[in-house]
Design a protein around this ligand. Structure first.
Ligand code: MTE
Ligand code: HPA
Ligand code: MOS
Length: 752
């Protein structure tokens, strides 16, 4: 199988890779800093900036009054001001933007601002919001069959409640932007964003100027994980407003504290389920009400809520389904995209319902999972008919290749022999839909230049954020043009070269942009084939391009790539190409909530074993063994890296990452001392990933399936493995579905 190192590995290791904060600033550059709300909800009575403004080195303090266009940054719903006007709706909401000669001066100035807020009631949970009918928009519901009338025919019916907490993105590089004035009022924004077009569009709107006056350039991100899909925008726009007024460069990088406090996270969900099964363990009916804690503004919440519904039945076929999601408006920072985009929250609920049912019926949880796995031509609740389904294949391959029965017995015999340590084991299947759920977003473009010396420059709308999309784009170009990798360079992501892009998200970036690269390269090859045919006096069909040479009938000719390009140049053949790709076949009708929204699904199964220390409540993850559907992977090394990274994030979400807000809406887990993410000691001792042998999918780039988000959901298996171990120690433990399963909760469960 092909593998190639991430093209950035060497510069990363040497510390030479450039991020926003590494850029050399212009001599006259200034530094920005936000003044944000110290209360979660209230009316702004007055703000006194006078002392701050008087401080030596403070150039100007911007507020909503300085906005020449619209003070509005909402992407899906226009409900979010860039800077608060008369009211604040969350702790950390931007109110003003201090621009000063240095960060130290800006910080001093911030401490001198005083504000008088008349406090209003604060809502921090989705349940409170629902009770008060505080919503972002109307609820959404998906329905298949008739769940309501099926429960009567079921042998077992159970109801319950689940909660999954939020999650901090903790990208290594915090949010930030460097804004530079150009001539004629044009502005260049070098932003750490997953959505260059979102930044450009909102900046133009707030500044009241056309989009063509704003150029957004992205070199790479030190991680995004969804946190920079929409929420990289405000900081870039603030810097842009300052440039518009001052005509001097302005840099704004958030420090970690400010970033943690002011940005949204994965959405916490409170959910209520009802599940009905027959004696043979078939799930006949499933209903869920999801309460999404959206925060104080819509941001991407409606789209995330939608994906929760799409994944509410995970990789199971359930003939009667009714799911509803409420996007609940609370006084938290607007929650946002996070790897999985609402899918993980949906899957946690069905897995919880299955665990609850198994516990009450008295069977192993995996028996119910196995009895309900998705098969070819099964219908999802949203009307898509499942094809090329790998659910059973992945499940049974995992059980077979990793000898599940043996692992299960080992756990059992360990538990018989040990009193104070107990092991638990779980199986976790996944099915994740690939495409933006919003069909119109599924398109991308690529611009390829072959320079006259034969070297190649590739521009796409894809943003490199560690997932190695640039490496994959390089591989596509290099393979189709038949040139060596060092002839191809990936350019920055820039709105003047590739416009109107969808964000780098939905795990679809390599597919969408890769297909555009493929199309552009194929067009160039078509032209070059004509030139080569003439030069070699042969037929077009005989020509191919490999190893930096033209091949005739599969044999290397004397004509090199460089000579061919030089000749094409003399013949005035166009050596640049721009291509546009839009995913075929997908569609979705929101009035009916039915359609075929996904190009394909990604499948897999993880087996997780844990050991719980039943005196202390600590636990260790012994191993995670995964069979994953990569399709025909184009880069196994990179793809396995994505599996392992996503798994670690999923485990963190399910076990130790605990976001906490006070009743007043202040973030308590506001530092790395109070918010713990998995480190080397809490990671699984071993992770094994075996690729599932499949044909891949035509809509995946080079049949290599999307891999960015799906493996995060393997982490959900850890929750249930821990739960099994707790139950093993304490048979009186009543199953709870309240993630993360922190050692404190484990300890309480062991002794309840
Ligand atoms: N991997 C790294 N190293 N850093 C990231 O920020 N983001 C994830 C995933 N893998 C991320 C990552 C998320 S949320 C998505 S949607 C995909 O990458 C996006 O990239 P892709 O579409 O190229 O898979
Ligand atoms: N996934 C990720 N980001 C998105 C989506 C999606 O389905 N839709 C809009 N933004
Ligand atoms: Mo990923 S959450 O779609 O950026």
């Amino acid at each position: 199988m092909k593998t190639m190192k991430n093209i950035d590995s060497c510069t990363h290791v040497r510390g030479e890779s450039l991020f926003v904060d590494d850029l050399m600033l212009r001599q006259d550059a200034l530094i920005g800093l936000c003044f944000d709300s110290p209360k979660a909800h209230g009316k702004i009575k007055s703000v006194d900036y006078s002392k701050a403004e008087a401080l030596e080195g403070v150039v100007k303090i911007f507020t909503y009054k300085d906005v020449l266009g619209e003070n509005q940054i909402g992407g899906i719903i226009p409900d979010e001001p860039l800077w608060a006007e008369d009211e604040v709706h969350f702790w950390g909401q931007p109110i003003a933007f201090i621009v000063a000669k240095s960060e130290a001066i800006a910080k001093k100035a911030r401490a001198l601002i005083t504000i008088d807020i008349e406090e209003l009631p604060v809502i921090t949970t989705a349940k409170e919001a629902k009770a008060k009918e505080s919503f972002i928009n109307a609820p959404r519901s998906f329905k298949l069959g008739d769940s309501e009338n099926t429960f009567a025919d079921c042998d077992y019916v159970y109801e319950g409640e689940t909660f999954s907490n939020g999650q901090e993105h903790l990208y290594l590089e915090t949010q930030g932007c460097y804004a530079i004035p150009q001539e004629n009022g044009n502005i260049k924004l070098i932003s750490s964003t997953q959505g260059p077009t979102a930044v450009q569009k909102i900046a133009a709107k707030v500044l009241g100027i056309p989009m063509h006056k704003i150029e957004v350039d992205v070199i790479r991100l030190g991680g995004g994980f969804g946190g920079k899909e929409d929420q990289a925008t405000p900081w870039a726009v603030m810097a842009a407003v300052a440039v518009q007024h001052l005509n001097r460069p302005v840099k704004y990088m958030l420090n970690r504290h400010d970033d943690l406090r002011m940005t949204g996270k994965r959405h916490p969900y409170s959910s209520f389920y009802k599940i009905g099964l027959t004696k043979d363990l078939k799930i006949k009916a499933f209903e869920v009400e999801f309460l999404q804690n959206s925060g104080a503004a819509a941001d991407l919440s409606p789209a995330i809520a939608e994906r929760t519904l799409f994944h509410a039945t995970n990789s199971y076929f359930i003939p009667n389904v009714s799911t509803t999601v409420y996007s609940c408006k609370t006084n938290l920072p607007p929650n946002t995209a996070f790897r999985g985009f609402g899918g993980p929250q949906g899957m946690f609920v069905i897995e919880s319902a299955i665990a609850a049912a198994a516990d009450k019926i008295g069977v192993n949880r995996s028996k119910i999972q196995e009895a309900n796995l998705l098969a070819e031509y099964d219908e999802f609740s949203y009307g898509q008919i499942a094809t090329e389904v790998q659910a059973k294949k992945a499940w049974f391959s995992a059980k077979e290749k990793f000898e599940f029965e043996k692992l299960d017995q080992e756990v059992e015999s360990f538990n018989q022999k040990n009193k104070h340590f107990k092991k638990g084991i779980s199986l976790m299947p996944i099915a994740f839909g690939i495409s933006f759920t919003n069909t119109p977003m599924n398109h991308a473009r690529a611009l390829i230049h072959i320079y006259q010396d034969g070297s190649v420059g590739v521009s796409t709308g894809a943003v490199e954020m560690g997932q190695s999309v640039n490496t994959k784009m390089l591989q596509v170009a290099q393979q189709i043009l038949g040139v060596s990798p060092n002839k191809v360079k990936l350019e920055t992501t820039n709105t003047t070269r590739v416009a109107n892009t969808s964000p780098t998200a939905a795990s679809s970036t390599a597919d969408l942009n890769g297909k555009a690269v493929e199309m552009a390269c194929n067009s160039l090859i078509e032209r070059l084939t004509k030139v080569a045919t003439e030069m070699l006096s042969t037929e077009e069909n005989n020509i191919s391009f490999q190893e930096d040479f033209v091949f005739i009938d599969g044999k290397k000719s004397s004509l090199s790539w460089e000579e061919l390009i030089a000749q094409a140049m003399l013949q005035r053949v166009a050596l640049s190409e721009n291509a546009h790709y839009a995913t075929p076949i997908i569609h979705f009708d929101k009035t009916k909530e039915k359609g075929h929204p996904f190009a394909y699904h990604v499948y897999g199964t993880a087996i997780t074993t844990v050991t719980v220390d039943c005196i202390r409540g600590n636990y260790e993850i012994d191993n995670v063994k995964i069979v994953h559907d990569f399709g025909k992977t184009m880069n196994l090394g990179i793809d396995i890296g994505q599996v392992e990274g996503a798994l670690a994030q999923g485990i963190g979400w399910m076990t130790m990452e605990e976001i906490a807000y006070s009743k007043e809406g202040r973030l308590l887990s506001n530092a790395l001392s109070t918010y713990k993410v998995p480190d080397i000691f809490s990671s699984p001792k071993t992770v094994e990933t075996i690729p599932l042998e499949t044909d891949g999918n035509e809509l995946a780039i080079l049949k290599s399936k999307a891999v960015g988000e799906p493996p995060l959901m393997y982490g959900i298996g850890t929750y249930f493995a821990i739960q099994q171990a707790v139950k093993e120690f304490n048979p009186n433990y009543k199953l709870k579905f309240h993630a993360p399963f922190t050692p404190e909760k484990v300890l309480m469960g062991l002794y309840e």
